[in-house]
Every structure is written in C-alpha cells, then in structure tokens.
Ligand binder design. Structure first.
Ligand code: TUI
Length: 316
C-alpha cells in the first residue's frame, strides 16, 4: 500500500521522509524514522563538519537502513558539509534555504541522491534540468524558514511541471494530509512538526508540550520585513520581535536578536525567550508517540480515508 516511485528511489518502505530540523533532527530521530520504514534525516543546521560526522557514525552504529543529511545552504559550514557527505557516502542529501545548483554535479558523482526544497515552479524546473533526483515542495504552512505559496496550490503546479518525484511538505501531520498530498500529485511527503512530538526526538519536553498545547492560530510568522520569514509558535520573544519589526528596526539588529534562539528553545526548553519553530499543523498534534507509531498511524489513517473516498465514489 502506498508504494510509490519515491520508495524505489530511496529504497524505503513508506513514502515518508523526515524534515531536516536544525538541533532537533539528530541521529536519534533520524534512525528511529529510518527503522520505521521512512527516510530519517540528520540536520546539519549551522553545525560544523565534525559534529555531523559523529552524528552519521552514531546513526550507522544503530541501523543499516538508508538515511539522509539535510544541508542548510545559509550555514557558514555548508561547503564543509558537502565535503563530509561525499567522504561518508551518505545515501541522500536534502537541501534548504537556497539554490544548491553549484553542488549538484559533485554530489551526483559521489553517488548521492540529491533532493532540494523548492519554493517555486521555476526553481523546480531548473533543478530538474540540472539533475536532481526529486524535489521537496514546501508550502508556507511549514515551520521554520518558509516560502510564500501554500502546499495545496504549489504541489499540483510543480507536479505538472516536472517528471521527477515530488515530495509534499508543509501542513502534513496525519493520514489525511498524506492522502491529500498524494491526491495533489505528490509521490510522498516530508513531515517535520509531527516527528518533534515523538519519544525518540531529543527536543526538550517543554518544546513538545508547547506544540501539543498550541491551537490553530499559534504558529505565526516573524521576519517578513527581513526577507527571511520564519514560522514559529507565538511567545514572549515573538511579541517583542514583531514589535521591533513594526518599528522598522534594521535587519542586522533583528538578525542579532534572533541568533541562538532555536538552540535555547530546543535544548534548554526556554519557551519565553526561545524560537519555537513549528508548522501550522502544531494545532493538530496532541500526543507524543514513537516514530514507528506515527508512521503506522499515518498509513492506517490514509487507508481509512481512501475507503471513505471509494464509498463516496460508489454513491454510498
Ligand atoms: O530551510 C528551510 N527551513 C528552515 S532553514 C532554517 S535556519 C534559519 N533560521 C533563521 C532564518 C533563516 C533560516 C529554519 N528553517 N526549509 C526549506 C526551505 N527552503 N524553505 C525555503 C527554502 C528556499 C528558499 C529559497 C529554497 C530555495 C530558495 O532558492 C532561492 C534561490 O536562490 O533561488
């Protein structure tokens, strides 16, 4: 069931990949997702090469399933991480927050599957021509740094525009979202926020509780004025930050103010002063379960949803 061409491409059981969330997506989360039949991802974030080498080593000590490394292209260590994934022959690389064009040939020559996040049709078409293996189409519902268009509108447009597999991201947390993504033409989904609320995720319990307590309008966007919009859960820090943005405080000052905030939220559980990145689906998440349960429940729920659609089709 739901065995798509993405499963063949990545050698995984279910067409579900885990989001590359800085600080959160460590080897613990990635290996749990991979063991459960999805594709686990270690997020390089802003971390240096040797820290991520250690993460890859630990993951490999615990599983021989396929996995990936997410490279955040704005990181000062992005070039070093490119060297690392080639040295380590990592099976899959996902990229975010930029155009990975100049790295594609090198990654491909190392035998790595390359899957960038694309926020527009134009970039999807260009990167397909340049040889990427699939694209992640991330709608503005997602957590963290976001584009402008919604998953609902962007996934079918990119599905029409490219022949390579499309992975829908942003707004997917359960079997209904999974089935909807496939209906829009996607070959699989990327899931972030739902995996934060997993037993294996190392994020502070306060972070998980904050997601579970959040409601539909709590995932807001800061940084629109800077050109780097970021979706986070509303708190004391976002209130202060948005006030400064409204006053027209310069980019450099806002950037300084935001530095290190994700780490204190994820690692120290500081829910007042931290940056609690999460997608709009935060309001849909009410429990912590294992990654295996999360994936199995998504597949079961999608099967039920499909039955429902089939009975609608029969006019029942
Ligand atoms: O990258 C993400 N999510 C992130 S990165 C991040 S770290 C950060 N923190 C503060 C400010 C900014 C970043 C936190 N969350 N998702 C994937 C993603 N990629 N979203 C948007 C993009 C993207 C944007 C532009 C991908 C390509 C792109 O290309 C522009 C170009 O140069 O053509």
């Amino acid at each position: 069931m739901f065995n798509t061409r993405l499963c063949e491409l990545l050698n995984i059981k279910y067409p579900i990949i885990q989001g590359g969330m800085a600080w959160v997506a460590t080897h613990e989360l990635a290996q749990a997702v991979s063991k459960a039949g999805g594709l686990g991802i270690i997020a390089a974030g802003n971390a240096p090469k040797e820290v991520i080498r250690e993460e890859i080593k630990k993951l490999r000590e615990n599983t021989d399933k396929p996995f990936g490394v997410n490279i955040m292209l704005m990181s000062p260590f992005a070039d070093d991480i490119m060297d690392l994934v080639c040295e380590e022959k990592v099976p899959v690389v996902t990229t975010g927050a930029g155009n990975p064009g100049k790295y594609i040939n090198r990654l491909k020559s190392c035998g790595i599957k390359v899957i960038p996040v694309v926020p527009t049709v134009a970039l999807a078409k260009r990167l397909e021509r340049e040889g990427v293996d699939a694209v992640i189409v991330e709608g503005t519902e997602a957590g963290g740094h976001i584009g402008e268009l919604t998953t609902m509108s962007l996934v079918p447009q990119i599905s029409n525009a490219v022949d390579i597999p499309v992975i829908a991201a942003g707004g997917v947390a359960d079997g209904r979202g999974f089935l909807a993504a496939l209906s829009l033409g996607a070959d699989g989904v990327q899931i972030g926020t739902r995996f934060v609320c997993s037993t294996e995720c190392i994020a502070h319990d306060n972070y998980k509780e904050k997601i579970m307590k959040s409601k539909d309008r709590d995932a807001i966007v800061t940084g629109r004025s800077t050109g780097y919009p970021v979706r986070v859960l509303k708190n004391k820090f976002t209130k202060e930050y948005l006030e400064l943005e409204k006053k027209g405080v310069p980019f450099e000052e806002l950037e300084k103010l935001g530095a290190g905030r994700l780490r204190i939220a994820v690692m120290e559980g500081d829910m007042d002063n931290g940056s609690i990145m999460a997608g709009q689906v935060a309001g849909l998440i009410n429990d912590v379960k294992s990654c295996e349960e999360i994936i199995i429940d998504i597949i079961k729920e999608a099967e039920v949803g499909l039955d429902r659609l089939e009975s609608l089709k029969r006019g029942e």
